[in-house]
Design a protein around this ligand. Structure first.
Ligand code: PLP
Length: 465
């Protein structure tokens, strides 16, 4: 392959920059637009990325605080990723997965199975996280149809959850603003409480809160009837809900109720898999769980290629094989299932994680968490929480009452605006700032991130005074 060219950013090319802004404003529909600005919105234009940094259109270098969307785990602009894409494209850029297969997807499935907990042994590849969750749910429906349990299809999910933007996956979402103006398959989904210890009822200890959540789950299963519930879908750490770490022991207790009631436990690891918590899968390694299915995306290619998937338990597949319906078809497939370039990219990404990046993440994560927690001395900060290289700074109007800033719901956006000026991109979520930098971040870069975030919060406090 010819030497890779230097990236061509938009900095210094005023005409290119103006064109991009104008064309976006006229023709691009951005994700999550408000009705008032739909189809007429320009956002910060990013010209290039390098390591943990991205550079905006004014040539201003920013730490990529959210790692894109929790995904650029190995960092931006890695030559070996460009190389592997080029090589795979020159060898085989696509094959139909309907009646042929390719070697990179087979090898990737094997490597994923090697790391997956319990008897999770087979992988169905998708194009991202929503299609992974959708696939897991359609598989559950098929599984129960084949077993003659056509009524066992309801899905349990929780407040604070985010599982995607396709119809069924989005129906599971538990953040109010995700559902306020959108329809969903509400007849198929039963919502439970968010496992957020910070927002637990004042009368309960964290242990008491955990008991209450488990009891809510148990009594819901009893009320509705296990024969009508097909699956529970949950993120081990609710990411977009604000990095919500459930109380100790909660996930395992829910897992046991699912097992006892023949309810499939789907662990949505779209954010947590492939390094964010220091392991390939957090379900087993961090939380001691053995789910029936795990969904993944994002970190599997570190955002270099759109890829996701579901890892499925051997037990479920064996039950299908032994069913009375050997010819029943799981009529589900995507044109880009097992995409050879995506899978080759994921294999290279896997090498990088295994050759030191997982170990590096485990090494720097405690420092990242402890440095961020120093922000708790600021009066605007109600709590800093997190695990591995994901964290959330939650702002409150009053630390005693934990009043979530009713008066200023845009506090996250204000902090982000100040931080962008200072050199850090923040992911603002109403009154929260989420941090999930590329895993390649070093200690001194963590220091930079935390000191900019501190200054951004201080400036916001002054503004709100
Ligand atoms: N599941 C979780 C836990 C997520 O955080 C996301 C996206 O942020 C999704 C699913 C949907 O993934 P995608 O945006 O790749 O469709």
């Amino acid at each position: 392959m010819a030497a890779l060219r230097e990236p061509r950013g938009v900095q210094g090319d005023e005409a290119l920059r103006k064109d991009a802004v104008e064309q976006a404003t006229r023709h691009l529909v951005q994700p999550w637009p408000y009705a008032g600005s739909a189809g007429a919105e320009a956002r910060t234009l990013i010209g290039e990325g390098d390591g943990i940094y991205i550079t905006d259109d004014a040539g201003h270098r920013l730490i990529d605080g959210p790692a894109g969307m929790w995904c650029t785990n190995i960092g931006h602009r890695r030559e070996e990723m460009a190389q592997v894409m080029y090589e795979q494209a020159m060898q085989l850029s696509y094959n139909t997965p309907w009646y042929t297969m390719n070697a990179p997807s087979a090898e990737l499935a094997r490597r994923i199975a090697d790391h997956a907990p319990g008897d999770l042994s087979h992988v169905f590849f998708t194009t991202g996280g929503s299609s992974a969750v959708e696939t897991a749910l359609r598989f559950m429906q098929f599984f129960n149809n084949v077993r003659g349990r056509a009524d066992k299809k309801l899905i349990l999910s929780r407040g604070g959850a985010y599982h995607g933007s396709t119809y069924l996956s989005a129906s599971l979402n538990g953040r109010p603003r995700d559902r306020d103006w959108m329809d969903g398959a509400d007849d198929l989904v039963v919502k439970l409480s968010s496992p957020d210890p910070f927002r637990r009822p004042k009368s309960l200890s964290v242990e008491g809160f955990c008991d209450a959540l488990v009891e809510e789950f148990r009594s819901t299963v009893e009320r509705i009837g296990a024969e009508r519930i097909g699956a529970f879908v949950g993120e081990p750490v609710q990411a977009s809900g604000g990095v919500i770490l459930p109380p100790n022991g909660y996930l395992k207790r829910i897992r046991e109720i699912c097992r006892a009631n023949d309810i499939l436990y789907v662990s949505d690891e779209v954010v947590t898999a492939f390094g964010r918590l220091g392991s390939v899968f957090a379900s087993g390694d961090v939380f001691g769980l053995d789910p029936d299915m795990i969904t993944f995306a994002k970190g599997v290619t570190s955002g270099y290629f759109p890829l996701g998937g579901v890892v499925i338990s051997e037990r479920l597949l064996e039950e299908l094989r032994r069913s009375n319906h050997p010819d029943a078809m799981f009529a589900h497939g995507l044109t880009y299932t097992s995409h050879p370039i995506g899978c080759a990219v994921a294999l290279k990404n896997f090498d990088i994680l295994e050759n030191g990046l997982l170990a590096h993440t485990r090494e720097v994560a405690p420092y990242f968490q402890s440095q961020l927690r120093t922000l708790e001395d600021l009066p605007l900060v109600g709590e800093v929480r997190g695990l591995g290289l994901m964290a959330c700074v939650e702002c409150v109007a009053d630390r005693e009452s934990k009043d979530p800033l009713e008066l200023d719901k845009d506090v996250g956006k204000r902090i982000d605006a100040h931080c962008q000026e200072l050199g850090l991109l923040v992911r603002p979520l109403i009154n929260m700032c989420v941090m999930s930098p590329p895993l390649v971040i070093t200690r001194s870069q963590i220091d930079d991130l935390v000191s900019i975030l501190r200054e951004g919060i201080v400036r916001t406090m002054e503004e709100l005074r």
